[in-house]
Ligand binder design. Sequence first.
Ligand code: P6P
Length: 333
Amino acid sequence: MRRVTLTQFLIEQQRAGRINADLRLLLEVVARAVKAIAVNVSKGALAGVLGEAGTDNVQGEAQKKLDVIANEILVQANEWGGHLAAMASEEVETVCRIPFDYPKGGYLLLFDPLDGSSNIDVNISVGTIFSVLRNPPGDDEPQEQDFLQPGHQQVAAGYAVYGPATQLVLTVGNGVHAFTLDREMGSFIYTQPYMTVPEDTKEYAINASNARFWEAPVKRYVDELQQGKSGPRGKDFNMRWVASMVADVHRVLTRGGIFMYPLDEKNRDKGGKLRLMYEANPMAMLVEQAGGAASTGRERILDVAPVALHQRVPVILGSKDEVERVVAYHTGA
Ligand code: P6P
């Protein structure tokens, strides 16, 4: 079968009028940066890139060397192309500006350069998550406020998962499409067109060690799953928790399931664990584009009105039937 590359896929999306040349260039540059990150991640101990960087990020989390490397790769790859007005990164407190001597474009790129990096040192899959917004009109430098757009305004979203294979999963609003890196060619090959989340599932993902902190609706939902065949759900469920959002969400997109990092007593003061702008929003766009649902438990994630660049939200996403059930329990149904 003829192999279609990411480049060809993007040219065809442009020909169909779904993206313009600047967005195509942006996605090509992100894909190239992801390949460079994959090279660093796959070297592991051989490249002296494991372990702590000796610094903390804006979240107050100890940065891994690879967090810093991945962030630098993404910023340096994207700053000169002329397609971006500015960038925002989980690893950087303020807006990442385009150097004055480079041209600016009409898009804002937000990313978590290396999500799940606590798994790096134990060789478990990690990933890069990215979100693309339009820069609001006006020719002054984008401020944080310009990034604070609800997720339904994203023009593209995606992630790379650095697993046994390196895959890039992408949506530009016309379904979800997956590409697998051919390391010999250095090209992303189109391997999964129109990924869809099965509506029904037998798999759930949650960090069960937090059970004592969950709110009642989540406790009720998980308890029913754990009762299995003899309980109200009438079937047995299986549990997975990689503690790497990209890996867990990729599994949900590939074979269904529900992924939850709900509001709990531990993270209530922060509003949740996962970040809205560059984790929850891009994953919510992907899951909805794949026929699933994504909620905070109280509202659709893509409708959340952002108030801060690094704000956190509860995340319940995956198979539509399951997410709707959890939401119903939150509303007392
Ligand atoms: P916990 C990784 O640090 C992350 O941000 C997500 O990728 C992952 O789903 C979650 O945190 C894991 O959190 O509390 O299980 O370590």
